[in-house]
Design a protein around this ligand. Sequence first.
Ligand code: NDP
Length: 329
Amino acid sequence: NREIQLASRPQGWPTEDNFRLVTAEVPTPGPGQLLVRNRYMSVDPYMRGRMNDVRSYVPPFALDAPLDGGAVGEVVGGEADGFAPGDTVLHGLGWRDYALVEAKAARKVEPGLAPVTAYLGVLGMTGLTAYAGLLEVAAMRPGETVFVSGAAGAVGSMVGQIARLRGAGRVVGSAGSAAKVERLRALGFDDAFDYHDGPVRDLLRAAAPDGVDVYFDNVGGEHLEAAISSMNLHGRAAICGMIAQYNDTEAPAAPRNLAQVIGKRLTLRGFLVNDHGHLREQFVREVSGWLRDGTLAYDETIVDGLENAPAAFLGLLRGENLGKMLVRL
Ligand code: NDP
């Protein structure tokens, strides 16, 4: 059994030195516990915040202890009602080969229904984030113009496609490379741009000449400023993430135009996916329907080996992923 521990806390950009691969005993399950051989684990931007020793909506990772996060694996031991050896389960103890999981913290998934990786992405946490943020938090209505940043990532690529399938009038996305922009067009975005190609404000104005009704923010900073500037009267923004500043050591310069929120009567609403579990069933039903009939597609970037999980996480922060970044164990 191996696990990845937090060796030190980063200042600014994390490096491989902040992580340590450790050999550990395979744990023995007690009553109500399952021993799970992990097969895939998720790396997510929020984990960067947990590397800091600050109180937030999730506690920080502890030093010299294994990290954790979403994972799927196979039950190989332990006894608990409703579970049998060979079951595939979703749980929260990634970053290790074998996880000792409380049965009440594990959810059985049907491996025949979709590839198991889907439960960490398109049918899992990031998919629900997109669905809830767009439809409940921003309350997108048919005919509206939607702009999403981080559009080629796990959340963003779902936001754009759900918007299209729910009848948005125009869907615009931004991402960090020409290849990603090309992929967004193939996914049905009406327009997309590489945010390196100029001031985001100008690129967005050109892509959404009639303005933006709904902004789904994954990035913050200059993107948020540009969106505020392009937003129409009574526009709504779902503030999901601000990845442009997770590694900053100083406060961001943008947005400098927040005063426009008043005149335009904008709504900027932050949210956490954890508060939207009531949508899960509807979300899985609707999205799996789109997957079955081929109207929605999803990308995954899969890195092999637990030992490469830190590199996968660092790569995610640098934009090396298309769609959901996962590690195969
Ligand atoms: P992604 O799959 O989108 O991966 C992160 C992406 O961020 C990278 O691929 C990169 O793409 C982009 N990025 C990195 N740095 C910058 C930058 N400086 N400017 C613009 N883009 C950048 O991750 P997720 O889909 O998992 O998460 C997307 C966002 O949603 C994050 O902000 C995350 O924190 C947030 N989130 C919030 C949740 C909530 O409950 N509120 C739940 C889940 C996620 P590129 O090449 O385009 O730069």
